[in-house]
Design a protein around this ligand. Structure first.
Ligand code: 3PG
Length: 307
């Protein structure tokens, strides 16, 4: 029998697992669950019998892929697949997929949660500020970026975006100001919301040169990946400007550097929370299950990322 394993260090909501189970069992497959595991050995053991694997930010490296002798497909229930060793998957003939767009509204809503929390002085009772009328720059205009733009307009923000991979017409259609260069985006916006993936081109790319362009009372919001920020440069900005704030859903490598001296201008969720809603779990989890069934039964490779 085809064996589908959900291996999630950060578990899906139970209602999402129920939905996944329904899809998997309706196809005549068996579902197994490894949730909240604490060691890589548990994962290596669990994947041995898996024909298909559903993960979130879980590390699916070469060792995991090699331990999974029967594996045909791994689906990252989410957008970013930087946690999967695509080369190792390709070398073993394993198809890797993501579920683009399925959790994007949840991530976008969290970006606003962070912005409001900060604008209201972390709810300390003192007079804060409003988002209405403020400039927001969206760095990368994919599924999450587009949801951020939609919500920002509801707040009455002035919305601009930069994305060299998206045609200008898409920005115009959404009533978002198209920005030609990344420097121009950072220069013109008090708030920057990051939505770039982590890859060889983007890692460390949000650096001192870029951040120093931001206007007064700059706020950088990161619900994407920690690695896209040049952390030493971020610390340099904190030390050279006392009007700079960093709000993040992913802890920096050296958290204590930020929590100490810069605590009033820094906030980080205790655990990555962007996609942690029932709705996002249901959407991404069920999409992953359906993609597995469509691939195993019909060879459908629509969302394959290791082509
Ligand atoms: C994604 O890439 O889809 C988001 O970062 C969510 O990641 P998570 O599933 O680990 O919460």
């Amino acid at each position: 029998m085809t064996n589908v394993l959900i291996a999630t260090d950060k578990p899906f909501a139970p209602i999402a697992v129920k939905g996944i189970r329904k899809v998997v069992e309706a196809a005549g497959f068996e579902l197994r669950l490894l949730e909240g595991y604490t060691s890589k050995d548990e994962l290596l053991q669990a994947v041995i019998d898996a024909d298909a694997l559903i993960v979130r930010s879980d590390q699916v490296d070469k060792e995991v892929i090699e331990a999974a002798g029967k594996l045909k497909i791994v689906v990252r229930a989410g957008a970013g697949y930087d946690n999967i060793d695509l080369q190792a998957a390709t070398d073993k003939g394993v198809v890797a997929m993501n579920t683009p767009g399925q959790n994007s509204n949840a991530v976008a809503e969290l970006a606003f949660g962070l912005m409001v929390y900060h604008a209201r002085n972390f709810f300390n009772g003192k007079s804060g500020s409003e988002l209405k009328g403020k400039t927001l720059g969206i760095h990368a205009y994919g599924y999450v970026g587009k949801n951020v733009a939609r919500i920002a307009k509801g707040f009455g923000m002035e919305v601009s975006a930069f994305d060299p991979f998206i045609p200008k017409e898409e920005f115009e259609r959404d009533g978002v100001k198209w920005i030609e260069t990344v420097e121009e985006l950072y220069k013109g916006c008090q708030y920057i919301s990051l939505h770039i993936p982590a890859n060889a081109q983007t890692k460390g790319s949000v650096n001192y040169a870029l951040l120093s362009l931001m206007p007064d009372k700059a706020v950088l919001v990161n619900t994407a990946r920690a690695e896209v920020i040049h952390e030493a440069d971020l610390l340099k900005i904190f030390s050279t400007r006392n009007d700079f704030t960093y709000l993040s859903d992913i802890a920096p490598g050296n958290l204590s550097d930020f929590q100490g001296a810069y605590a009033s201008r820094f906030f980080c969720t205790p655990k990555k929370m962007g996609a942690q809603t029932e709705e996002a779990n249901i959407n991404a989890g069920i999409a992953a299950a359906e993609q597995i069934v469509a691939f195993i039964k019909h060879g459908n490779r629509t969302f394959q990322v290791n082509k």
